[in-house]
Design a protein around this ligand. Structure first.
Ligand code: PNS
Length: 159
């Protein structure tokens, strides 16, 4: 049984994340989408809200579970018996940070590998930070997130 993790902040989940989840879920027996509970950041959505939003948009993928974690990703991977971490790469600007942590995590946990999926071309410009920036100015984010997520953004920001 191959268990994989797709970790991230998901504040909020975008079409880019959903594309990656659906592709990664075909490459393992169980995919755990893991929301980082990072107390040093002030997020738009709480961890529980992000977990619930991810559950909603992945409800048709039977081998996908959604949960949250605190602390180190490698410790979370140990706790769920995962041997693979999936991460998306949009462009070279993602590369340096991602490879650094993939290599660091691999030194610390040699049985744990990071698999990078190139983001689908039409989604390579999509990011949660752009969604937060646009929505903070009451902008249209319908090209970046599903309608059910857009509705929650509008409720949260009163527009
Ligand atoms: O979506 P993000 O914000 O780029 O996700 C970053 C994430 C959650 C994968 C990374 O910050 C993480 O795993 N943090 C947990 C602490 C840790 O293990 N850090 C080192 C590995 S990145």
């Amino acid at each position: 049984m191959k268990t994989a993790i797709y970790p991230g902040s998901f504040d909020p989940v975008t079409f880019g994340h959903i594309d990656l989840i659906s592709r990664a879920s075909t490459m393992c027996d169980k995919l755990i989408v893991a929301v980082l509970n990072n107390s040093s950041k002030t997020p738009l959505f709480s961890v529980d809200e992000r977990v619930n939003m991810l559950k909603e948009v992945t409800k048709d993928l039977p081998n996908v579970e959604v949960t949250s974690f605190s602390g180190l990703l490698i410790d979370f991977a140990d706790s769920v018996g995962a041997s693979v971490i999936f991460r998306g790469l949009r462009s070279v600007s993602d590369f340096e940070y991602e490879v650094y942590w993939a290599q660091t995590n691999h030194v610390l946990r040699p049985h744990l590998d990071t698999v990078f999926l190139a983001t689908s071309v039409d989604l390579s410009f999509v990011s949660s930070s752009a969604v937060r920036e646009l929505s903070s100015h009451k902008g249209d984010v319908s090209a970046f997130v599903p309608a059910v997520i857009e509705k929650q953004i509008r409720e949260k920001l009163n527009y």
